[in-house]
Design a protein around this ligand. Structure first.
Ligand SMILES: Nc1ncnc2c1ncn2[C@@H]1O[C@H](COP(=O)(O)OP(=O)(O)OP(=O)(O)O)[C@@H](O)[C@H]1O
Length: 296
């Protein structure tokens, strides 16, 4: 359904994506994760055919997606800055969507809008930030497109509506399986929803794995510094933190017996991704505070 082979994307002389390869062959919900500016929106736009790859091979439904009609008809790209004709009410937007998306679930769209306390008589430009995000997501899910690309869909929504919308995504996916790709900074909230994670880092796919496998990549060792630090030599240490007398180390998971007086805690996929994409060479917040204290 989606194939990327050594894809590159440059903006002018700036290389954003330098070597992106992956394949998606079956319906699933995938989380697209990575630091700010790594190229998540760019990658989604390339799949949707809104942006052109600079180099490499990309196929969506067996076609080059850039401005391709088959891809456009079977793909929806939902993003923050979506606009709709200012003369149309929300009701009219949904009604006109039926013409573009043959599977558009109009009744569901109206019910979800009502559930979200948004009047169908409103105009899109009148909505608050969170209401716009809610409307856009309902529009995207109701389209039931074979490839549904959601770029930070929960931005601006309060926690209650985010919870509801996660359930909408999951329930609709279970009833109508398709590829749903969600870029988000709320990975911790989405771990129950997504099956696999694509982690973008430094222009490449650093990880493409099931959420459960990502969770298993690392663990946290916690204890007094004098107990944890000497034991670290034999581990692959990914990060260390000091919180007063408590010393924490994130290390690659293994089956070795724990050092005395050291506890092991499991990590969420979100924690693992954060460690894997931490700023290199910039030190940690702990270092910054240590340095500023020593300067004072
Ligand atoms: N049209 C453009 N022209 C030039 N540079 C661009 C353009 N669009 C994006 N960029 C740059 O490409 C990089 C990747 O942007 P992109 O929006 O894809 O990142 P992102 O991972 O979605 O970021 P965020 O998590 O902050 O939303 C950024 O440095 C951005 O400034």
């Amino acid at each position: 359904m989606i194939t990327f082979e050594k894809l590159e994307k440059h903006y002018g002389k700036r290389a954003i994506l330098t070597d992106v390869s992956f394949q998606i062959d079956e319906p699933k919900i995938i989380g697209l994760i990575g630091r700010n500016g790594v190229g998540k929106s760019t990658l989604l736009k390339i799949i949707a055919g809104h942006a052109k790859a600079s180099n490499g091979n990309i196929e969506v439904f067996g076609k080059k997606p850039f401005q391709n009609l088959t891809v456009a008809a079977n793909t929806i790209f939902i993003e923050d800055g979506m606009t709709f004709p200012a003369v149309l009410t929300l009701r009219e937007i949904f009604k006109s969507a039926e013409k573009f998306y043959i599977n558009f679930a109009t009744d569901l769209a109206f019910e979800l809008l009502k559930f979200s306390n948004i009047s169908e008589k409103n105009y899109h430009y009148q909505l608050s930030k969170g209401q716009k995000a809610t409307f856009n997501l309902i529009y995207g899910i109701a389209s039931r497109s074979a490839i549904t690309l959601l770029d930070e869909p929960m931005n601006g929504m309060d926690e209650t509506i985010r919870d509801d919308m996660y359930r909408v995504i999951l329930k609709d996916f279970l009833a109508y399986p398709r590829v749903i790709m969600i870029s988000s900074h709320y990975l911790n909230e989405m771990e129950h929803l997504i099956e696999e994670i694509i982690l973008l880092h430094e222009g490449k796919v650093a990880l493409f794995a099931p959420v459960v496998e990502v969770q298993e990549l690392a663990v946290k060792l916690v204890g007094q510094k004098e107990n944890v630090e000497p034991a670290l030599k034999k581990y692959e240490v990914l990060a260390t933190y000091e919180n007063g007398p408590i010393f924490e180390a994130i290390v690659g998971k293994n089956d070795w017996p724990l050092p005395d007086h050291v506890r092991m805690q499991s990590l969420s996929a979100s924690d693992v991704c954060k460690v894997l994409t931490a700023t290199e060479g910039g030190g940690s917040i702990d270092d910054i505070y240590r340095n500023s204290e020593s300067r004072a």
